[in-house]
Write a protein that binds this ligand. Structure first.
Ligand code: GMT
Length: 367
């Protein structure tokens, strides 16, 4: 197939899923055309069957807000024609789904150009429910030739909030289990906790610092914070105020987290909401045990007490207790890290999930 993929190419779960899906599809022989404003971060240039088409947004003094969504629709239409695309697959509804709707309409006289929208979370839970975006989000989802959601929870939210009538197919996120692996040898030094995110408010990153403070009352350990975003300053300040700044390393944005994760022992995900929790899955594939919050789609990924832990939002004492429990019990730690790896391999590996996208494309094209 010849597939056009649009996503947010910068740091963020939906862009990562879209990029890795494109790479996996290309490995399986499909021609994949990324249509975005920048080269997706995890895309290695020169990968066979992967193409990148930049969307250029011209500015004009009259435009207080340059219309990216229109430039994207134009570029989608042009690339579909030039590259003879079979379909468009857009990740994150706003504004990608509306642009794809326009591209489909513009292509209509000469070619059929179905579009599939994959919902990732905040496009529904936060942005989509904003009054200014609600009608267009509902419309462009309902007009999609196919809709997928990355968890059962997000599907239910989409139905509850938007009351969409068309089918929403759940295709869970995936991890490349060959790339994300356990470390061959344990890392040196004290135990290490890891948090990876875009450091937005919803991630509650200061909870990671508070957890570390409590854990350190029992076990000498450190925390790595990978990523960047608006709450970085607050977390750095808190670490200083709590007197543990020497034990917290802010690593900034990381391109190869598959190299970073295996150097850690446990992962913290204290989010207020998470439609899936991709970082938890990536950690689990590397045998890094997650302590997460019982929110959104996370319980579809982590089985409490088996391959990770689920605690209440803001309950840093309970989260810290789980870390201490694991770090002070080698038998438990060993059992859970293998269980985490097993969950990633048996339920979320690319070999299980990518064929589901391929089958869905075929189904949409056959309609
Ligand atoms: O978590 C974010 O803020 C980024 C956001 C995105 O769309 O890039 O992540 C969402 O999509 C990820 C990939 O499907 C999911 O793993 C995240 O759980 C989801 N985030 C939220 O629901 C808050």
């Amino acid at each position: 197939m010849r597939i056009g993929i649009t996503c947010y190419p910068t740091y963020g779960g939906s862009g990562i899923v879209a990029t890795e899906l494109g790479l996996e599809l290309a490995v399986r022989g499909h021609e994949v055309h990324f249509i975005t404003y920048a080269n997706p971060i995890r895309l290695d240039p020169g990968t066979p069957r992967i193409h990148y088409h930049e969307v250029e947004v011209s500015t004009y003094p009259l435009f207080q807000y340059p219309p990216y969504d229109l430039a994207l629709a134009s570029r989608m239409t042009e690339i579909a024609e030039w590259q003879n695309l079979d379909l468009l697959h857009v990740h994150y509804a706003i504004p990608h789904s509306a642009s794809a709707y326009l591209a489909r309409a513009m292509s209509q006289p000469t070619r059929r150009l179905p579009y599939i929208t994959t919902l990732h979370g905040t496009d529904i839970t936060l942005v989509g429910t904003d009054r200014s975006y609600f009608p267009i989000t509902k419309f462009s989802i309902e007009q999609s030739d196919g809709v997928t959601s990355i968890s059962d929870h997000l599907k239910q939210q989409t139905l509850d909030v938007f009351g969409v009538k068309n089918e929403v197919r759940v295709i869970h996120n995936f991890v490349n289990c060959d790339l994300y692996r356990m470390a061959k040898t344990p890392h040196e030094g004290r135990p290490r906790l890891l948090h990876i995110s875009n450091f937005r408010e919803v991630k509650r990153i200061t909870d990671c610092v508070r957890v570390l403070k409590l854990v350190r009352e029992h076990v000498d350990c450190e925390l790595w914070m990978a990523g960047d975003g608006p709450d970085r300053g607050a977390a750095e300040r808190l670490a200083f105020e709590l007197g543990i700044h020497e034990h917290v390393e802010f690593l900034g944005k990381q391109d190869h987290i598959e190299r970073l994760i295996p150097q850690c022992d446990m992962m913290l995900l204290p989010s207020r909401m998470e439609s899936f929790g991709l970082a938890a899955l990536e950690g689990m594939a590397c045998g890094v045990i997650p302590v997460a919050t019982r929110v959104g789609g996370v319980p579809e990924v982590i089985t409490h007490g088996v391959d990770g832990f689920l605690e209440e939002v803001a309950d840093v004492a309970a989260q810290a207790q789980r870390v201490v429990e694991v770090l002070s019990n080698p038998e438990l730690r060993n059992r859970m890290k293998w269980a985490a790896r097993d969950t990633a391999e048996s339920r979320f590996c690319t070999s299980h999930i990518i064929p589901r996208y391929e089958a869905f494309y075929q189904e949409v094209l056959a309609r």
